[in-house]
Write a protein that binds this ligand. Structure first.
Ligand code: ADP
Ligand code: ZN
Length: 788
């Protein structure tokens, strides 16, 4: 330890004598969030830089520092000539070959921590190579071959059990002992540690402190999953007129960004931050099959020509081999792929390859937004509306919003693409806060005709099957013609809301008007916003009909029905149940794409990014299920999904049709999806959002309490926080700010624990949440993608 010496007057110390370090401190599973709007409680610490390390210690470099009674890894976030604290300890060592992140990445981590209310170090770690932090542990070694009988007699049961663990393995780390003692001996971590101390004191085991490096150096040839695909190189296609117009908009932004490098650009994002001016963001609103990818490829080629790099984010389920080939084929040898199915070794190698400048284009899912590209000039977010870009664990960042901010900080451009843009992004474009390029037509063929089948009429005609007469006939015709069909249903098809099969009415909360949820266990209908409870009606409140019941049909049932009706058809099912194993996605898809199956039955997964020319029929078995969710985005989700699913049909000269079965043929989301009418949907939905002050007219923060002590305690804990927040709203005089709840979450139980929640709705929720300490058991989600 060294005291921070004050500099002599007139003799300013050289800058960099002190390093401000973010430390990988003790991490709780869900740490209380940093308070917004004020400097967070200490999340960095000052250390003295020993003279012999002065050249090596730099901003963004990992270092090994003393912290409390232990030593741990940290990241240097700033260098200072002085320290605000009197006594500083020395940095012990530097890790890696050099800095792993730069000032822009550190600034972005700061923003993520402040905006998403997450610990700063956890946000910094997002940028670091995969693997655990370097850490210190105690390694215990069995000292003697056989302890004497006397030794053994003096040990208690816990110590004997722990000693027994060394029979199989003579050397164990403290974590291994605690883990094995819990699993095999039923011992808590504390008792295992106490037993270890006893064994060490008696000389039966030796204790030795070791540093365990977090990112082991790789051995052998680096894994490269792209190379394994054997992709043939492709040439750029001549752009269609629509594509050329879209490209002109993006090119203008790229040139403006390149010219203005240095001045801080504005940032248009659903998550606002402190920046002004026109944003280097372009929304490409292009219908399915309009050739958005070719526009992205053109933009990527442009930045590569200028010595810069590109990042392409797609939702995990859209990152198919088909999609990867399109990028890898255009830029041979320069593309790296980043997704959750990579092995640890592949992940490490990919990170190193990108960090070392060995890839100029990174195509990946959510977490690829943190890929270590040093010369980033372009970020593409395809399917920008997708929920999959929201991280569900802390830090709960939205990759699209981080991406636009990252592009702006790097002096580059963000391109957001979708056939069904999120209301938030389209609203930005409408206000002129980001550029808009439209691709209203398909490159090949036309958008498929969508026929709406009214299931209420079907029922009145006596058909109680899942398949309407129209869908049944269309399937038969498609199979007879040797063409392919996709049958789609909502993944959460068993969602239990109550629907009238005569009129399509969904039973809603009398107070909130959101759908009520049937709870079989409690035999009650529950409002997941205000906790209103009621019995299911025997007669439909809207039409007096008796055919009112809760609703849902699963993919398995649909698959079975196809087999029964069309025994000769080859059917494959693609849903969460059939795609668990690594590579299963690709195998099922290949089977269908190669024509080895006639019918694909699937859930959400099939909606995204598939280009299958032989598909001439898409049957939407139940368009309504998503509408039953008590969530303000239910309508938007339904519209997006139906549009995307319908977009799988007719992608060749064979043409195609869509049959959409619904109990709600007049619902605006269904009508708009059937007409391919985004603008119409947007107009209606944005009016609803404005009226009820939902995003983009406010921001939401969901405060979810997950507790062990039963529903009553959870309700009480949530209620107390709601009260405290409401008092603060009054104290601070916050306008248009309210606290909704407490109410049980839609998914009310989580491994036996109760989930209760509050939703803060405000133009500036951070002002309310600043300084509010929630305590353990709380999860804070800023800009939640749903409030289920
Ligand atoms: P989107 O991503 O908008 O749904 P895609 O990028 O998949 O659309 O394009 C649809 C199809 O059109 C693809 O098969 C693609 O190869 C083809 N395509 C795109 N642009 C062109 C072009 N300029 N000339 C010829 N074919 C094109
Ligand atoms: Zn209600």
């Amino acid at each position: 330890m060294s005291a921070g010496r004050a500099a002599a007057p007139g003799d300013p110390p050289p800058p960099g004598r002190f390093a401000e370090v973010s430390v990988d401190g003790p991490r709780e599973p869900e740490p209380p969030p940093a308070a917004a709007g004020r400097p967070a409680a200490r999340d960095t610490f000052h250390y003295a830089v020993p003279p012999h390390m002065a050249a090596a210690v730099a901003v963004g470099r990992r270092v090994w520092v003393p912290f409390g009674r232990r030593r741990c890894e940290g990241v240097v976030v700033a260098l200072h000539a002085t320290s605000p604290v009197e006594r500083t300890r020395d940095i012990l060592d530097v890790l890696d070959d050099g800095p792993l992140l730069g000032p822009a990445e550190i600034a972005l981590a700061r923003w993520i921590a402040g905006y998403y209310l997450a610990p700063f170090h956890a946000c910094l770690r997002l940028w670091l190579p995969p693997g655990r932090p370097t850490r210190e542990t105690t390694v215990y070694t069995r000292q003697r071959a056989a302890p004497s009988a006397d030794d053994l007699r003096r040990l208690d049961a816990a110590a004997l059990a722990v000693l027994g663990l060394f029979d199989g393995a003579p050397r164990l780390t403290r974590e291994q002992v605690r883990h094995r003692a819990a699993r095999h001996g039923g011992l808590s971590g504390a008792r295992a540690s106490a037993a270890l101390a006893v064994l060490a004191a008696r000389g039966l085991v030796g204790a030795d402190t070791r540093v365990v490096p977090g990112t082991p150096r790789r051995r052998g040839a680096p894994a490269d999953p792209v190379a394994d695909l054997g992709v043939a190189p492709t040439d750029p296609l001549p752009l269609t007129a629509d594509q050329a117009a879209a490209w002109a908009v993006i090119e203008g932004l790229l040139e403006r960004a390149a010219a203005g490098a240095g001045s801080p650009p504005g940032v248009a994002t659903a998550a606002p931050g402190p920046a002004a001016g026109p944003a280097p963001v372009c929304l490409v609103h292009g219908v399915t099959g309009s050739g958005k990818t070719e526009v992205y490829l053109r933009a990527i080629a442009h930045v590569l020509d200028r010595g810069r790099q590109a990042l392409v984010l797609v939702p995990e389920i859209a990152l198919t081999a088909q999609q990867i080939r399109r990028f890898a084929g255009r830029f041979p040898g320069r593309v790296a792929v980043w997704h959750s199915e990579l092995t640890d070794a592949e992940r490490r190698d990919t990170w190193q390859r990108i960090h070392g400048g060995g890839a100029d284009v990174v195509v990946g899912s959510r977490s690829a937004v943190f890929a270590p590209l040093a010369r980033l000039g372009l970020v593409v977010v395809d399917e920008e509306h997708a929920d999959a870009f929201k991280q569900s664990n802390s830090p709960r960042y939205h990759a699209r919003d981080v991406a636009t901010r990252r592009a702006a900080l790097a002096g580059g451009v963000a391109v957001l693409g979708s056939a069904t843009p999120s209301l938030e992004t389209y609203h930005l474009a409408q206000r002129g806060d980001c550029a808009l390029a439209d691709l209203p037509r398909r490159v090949v063929g036309a958008l498929p005709r969508v026929e709406i089948v009214d299931l209420r009429a079907e029922l009145r005609a006596g058909n109680t099957s899942i398949f309407s007469a129209a869908l049944d006939a269309a399937l038969a015709a498609t199979l007879a013609a040797g063409e392919q069909a996709i049958l789609y249903l909502n993944r959460r098809g068993s969602a239990s809301f109550v629907l009238c099969r005569d009129c399509g009415h969904i039973v809603g909360c009398p107070r909130c008007r959101l759908p009520l949820t049937w709870h079989a266990a409690g035999q009650a209908l529950v409002c997941h916003h205000c906790n209103h409870r009621g019995m299911p009606p025997l007669l439909c409140p809207a039409c007096g009909g008796v055919r009112i019941r809760h609703f849902g049909a699963g993919a398995e049932r649909v698959e079975a029905l196809v087999r029964e009706r069309f025994p000769a058809a080859r059917v494959v099912r693609w849903d969460a149940d059939t795609t668990g194993a690594r590579g299963a996605h690709a195998a099922i898809l290949a089977q269908f794409a190669d024509g080895r199956a006639d019918v694909l039955v699937g859930t959400q997964m099939i909606a995204k990014g598939l280009d299958l020319p032989m598909v001439t029929l898409v049957g939407i078995v139940s368009a309504d299920t998503g509408l039953g969710f008590p969530d303000f985005r239910a309508s938007e989700r339904t519209f997006q999904l139906l549009s995307q699913v319908a977009g799988r049909a007719g992608r060749s000269a064979l043409g195609g049709r869509v049959i959409l079965q619904t109990y709600r043929p007049d619902h605006p989301a269904i009508v708009a999806a059937a007409r391919h009418d985004y603008a119409g949907f947007y107009r209606g939905e944005i009016a609803f959002r404005a009226e009820h002050r939902y995003p983009p007219f406010s921001r939401l923060v969901r405060l979810l309490h997950v507790g062990d002590h039963g529903a009553r305690a959870a309700e009480a804990a949530t209620g107390a926080v709601a009260e405290a927040l409401r008092r603060r709203v009054a104290e601070l005089g916050l306008a248009e700010t309210d606290v909704i709840g407490p109410a049980p979450a839609f998914f009310q139980r989580e491994r036996g624990r109760s989930r209760w929640q509050l939703v803060v709705r405000s133009p500036d929720p951070h002002a309310l949440l600043a300084g509010v300490a929630l305590g353990p058991g709380w999860r804070v989600d800023v800009d939640p993608v749903d409030v289920l």
